[in-house]
Design a protein around this ligand. Structure first.
Ligand code: ADP
Ligand code: MG
Length: 226
């Protein structure tokens, strides 16, 4: 008798382990960061202060990579279900509230309550969080992010996430979603890649309108189901 794990079972185990590792690695990183901050005393040499600063930034970068992939708990494979986008959007906005307040950003919503799609809720939320995070981060002096959800005449659920941030040039928009493309000091350049991948896996589309120094609008279209 040959014992063989099904491929999907293997994938499930891998993805579950990955998310367990991610969460377990975060705790010691957090502790290390805390002690580094304690070490950073005023009388230290300029050089030593710089080493501490770099260490903290690198820890934040590692933490960012985990967030862009796995902030949403257990990633599950091939487990699409009927989900209410409006409900998920409210959840996502609640989850990111602390982060937006820290950046002096207010999130305003206009969300249609009953809009159903067939998707994996964890993955959908991950992709929305990544886009929302970028919207918040695009406004260094704070501002407003608008989140809307409607249904279109041609059978899509349309989510828009709009900021008043630094915006992007045409060239920058073209590079969006390429792995490790980031203009941020400690960015990962993975958030957009993950978001695009997830939305495409649900047979959806992402459009981007942006103007430098005016702001950016992400439009996410997902096939609506009854
Ligand atoms: P990261 O946020 O770690 O830099 P992302 O993949 O999430 O990586 O985003 C890639 C880049 O796309 C960002 O560094 C930024 O330059 C640009 N970008 C994404 N969203 C926005 C936005 N709403 N406004 C301005 N620039 C954006
Ligand atoms: Mg990002």
């Amino acid at each position: 008798l040959r014992l063989e794990m099904q491929k999907s079972e293997k994938l499930r185990v891998i993805s579950e382990l990955t998310s367990v590792f991610a969460h377990e690695i975060r705790n010691p990183m957090q502790v290390t960061r805390g002690f580094l901050q304690l070490l950073n005393e005023p009388d230290l040499s300029k050089e030593k202060k710089e080493y501490i600063q770099i260490s903290i930034e690198e820890l934040d970068r590692a933490n960012g990579i985990i967030s862009d992939f796995l902030s949403f708990g257990k990633p599950t494979i091939d487990s699409n279900e009927r989900i209410n986008v409006g409900y998920q959007l409210h959840r996502v906005v609640n989850i990111i509230k602390g982060y937006s307040l820290n950046h002096s950003v207010e999130i305003k919503t206009d969300i249609l309550e009953n809009c159903w799609i067939y998707a994996n809720p964890q993955k959908l939320n991950q992709s929305l969080i990544n886009i929302l995070k970028n919207a918040i981060e695009s406004m260094p002096n704070g501002g407003i992010v608008w989140v809307t959800c409607t249904s279109t005449d041609d059978g899509y659920i349309k989510i828009t996430i709009k900021d008043q941030g630094i915006g992007m040039t045409k060239k920058q928009i073209e590079r969006l979603g390429s792995p490790f493309y980031s203009l941020k000091e400690s960015g990962t350049g993975l958030g957009m890649m993950v978001s695009f991948q997830i939305v495409h896996s649900f047979k959806g589309k992402i459009q981007v309108n942006s103007e430098t120094d005016k702001g950016t609008e992400f439009i996410i279209l997902l096939p609506q189901i009854a």
